[in-house]
Design a protein around this ligand. Structure first.
Ligand code: HEM
Length: 427
């Protein structure tokens, strides 16, 4: 089925209740854009037996703006007491703002240069052929996690695994993902196992780095002068006890930096690369923009590509109390307490109410209308790092001579890119 012949709702309405959501799920996975187009036009809020989809830009923003009404309860069993699983409370505000402060935006030019160096070194050593997912898309952020965030002393392959299973379980093992029970259990088991390893690593890391920072303080930096990184900054800071930011909270937040950084970046970079490599017209424009001294034009192409191939088609929340969405419109709908809602961010970025000619590729659109890093109170903590890391990683690949892929990304039936072989000329 394609956009011109689409009649998803006809099929949906005719299906038995038990088949309705599985049908929608299959369409989301295989033909999301025509499905969402029809929904935006004919039934912008689709209440299925499993969850409710909101497909228009305004309705998506409405849901994501009310964290106490549309909560991140689905995260709670997956991420313990991390601030991301808290909704608009004291802990979330406190810890998010502390971490935003540590991730000083003045660092960004240096972070971009660091990413460029790490990326270049990997590609130079690859000698004209690389599985870009495992050796690059995951490896560059894992290296940054060590060098800039300061999670030193672990193998990068381990950092990658810990991020992977946490992200898999949290974002792709929810009831509306419809994983077979044995697969769902396998993902939970792997997540629990790797969480233990990550917990042990963080404990050792903080103990070791704490002693180093104390040694630096005692010698007043005359004998010991530590490199600057985020964990060092966190440990050098004195927090009044009223901030409740003890060494345990500090460790949890250091772990969060790792979990957020790797698989997200990897997926975005791999998918943007494929999107551009498959479109010669935009590939040529991206290559030209990649040579410029300032990054704005190139980065705009990357963000527009990510609109077509985002890391997720939707975010998800649990409704805490009955709420009438899209009030006063002809699609006003009561969302019931205790039900799941999916603000479909992919659909929102194709809504002509906010995106002119949404089916066209138009770089340099209004950045604020994208949902690449979420929206509202849970908007990504690492977004500014991601905003330099993702385009710089894409740029470093595209400036290679005669860069090409001979087959498409292999997802190995899972949610993340797992292999994507790229070739270039080294002459
Ligand atoms: C660079 C390192 C990164 C770190 C440390 C990080 C960390 C985080 C954290 C802690 C949150 C939750 C914030 C909160 O609840 O207030 C978050 C949310 C989010 N992040 Fe990131 N992230 C990173 C990179 C990325 C990348 C590269 C992407 C996408 C390309 C991304 C997409 C998102 C999205 C969509 C959300 C919102 C989730 C929601 O609303 O439920 N992140 N991130």
């Amino acid at each position: 089925m394609n956009a011109s012949t689409s009649h998803y709702l006809e099929q949906y309405d005719a299906a038995a209740d038990v088949d309705k959501f599985p049908m929608v799920r299959r369409w989301i996975d295989t033909e999301p854009l025509p499905l969402f187009k029809e929904l935006r036009e004919k039934r912008p809020i689709l209440v299925t037996p499993q969850c409710t989809l909101l497909t228009r830009f305004d309705d998506v923003r409405e849901v994501l703006s009310m964290p106490k009404v549309f909560t991140v309860a689905p995260y709670v069993p997956k991420m313990g007491d991390y601030m991301m699983a808290h909704d608009d409370d004291a802990l979330h505000t406190r810890e998010k703002s502390l971490m935003q402060c540590m991730l000083n935006r003045d660092d960004l030019p240096e972070v971009r240069a660091m990413v460029a160096n790490i990326a270049k070194e990997i590609l130079d050593a690859a000698n004209g052929h690389i599985d870009v997912v495992n050796e690059y898309c995951r490896m560059v952020p894992a290296t940054l996690v060590r060098k800039y965030f300061g999670l030193t002393g672990a193998k990068r392959r381990d950092l990658i695994e810990w991020s992977y299973w946490n992200q898999y379980d949290t974002f792709h093992n929810q009831p509306f993902d419809l994983l077979p029970p044995e697969k769902s259990k396998y993902v939970i088991d792997r997540h629990n196992e790797t969480s233990k390893q990550l917990g042990k690593f963080i404990l050792e890391l903080i103990a070791r780095r704490f002693l180093e920072v104390k040694a630096e303080e005692i010698t007043l930096s005359t004998l010991v002068r530590l490199d600057d990184d985020i964990v060092t900054r966190m440990l050098r800071t004195d927090y009044p006890k009223q901030l409740d930011f003890d060494i345990k909270r500090l460790g949890i937040n250091a772990g969060g930096l790792l979990i957020g950084a790797i698989e997200t970046t990897s997926q975005a970079v791999a998918q943007v690369l494929q999107y551009l490599l498959e479109r010669p017209e935009w590939l040529a424009k991206a290559k030209t923009a990649a040579q410029q001294d300032t990054p704005a034009e190139f980065d705009g192409i990357v963000w527009e590509a990510l609109r077509f191939v985002p890391i997720t088609p939707y975010l998800f929340r649990t409704t805490a109390s009955d709420y009438t969405a899209a009030k006063g419109t002809d699609h006003e709908t009561v969302l019931r307490a205790g039900t799941y809602v999916l603000p479909v961010t992919l659909s929102a970025t194709f809504d002509e109410r906010a995106f002119e000619s949404p089916d066209e590729f138009i770089p340099q659109r209004n950045w604020y209308n994208y949902f690449h890093f979420g929206f509202g109170s849970h908007e990504c903590l690492g977004r500014y790092v991601g905003m330099v890391m993702i385009p710089e990683m894409v740029r470093q690949v595209l400036i290679r001579t005669e860069i090409q892929a001979r087959s498409s990304i292999d997802y190995k039936a899972g949610p993340f890119p797992e292999q994507y072989d790229l070739f270039w000329s080294t002459l």
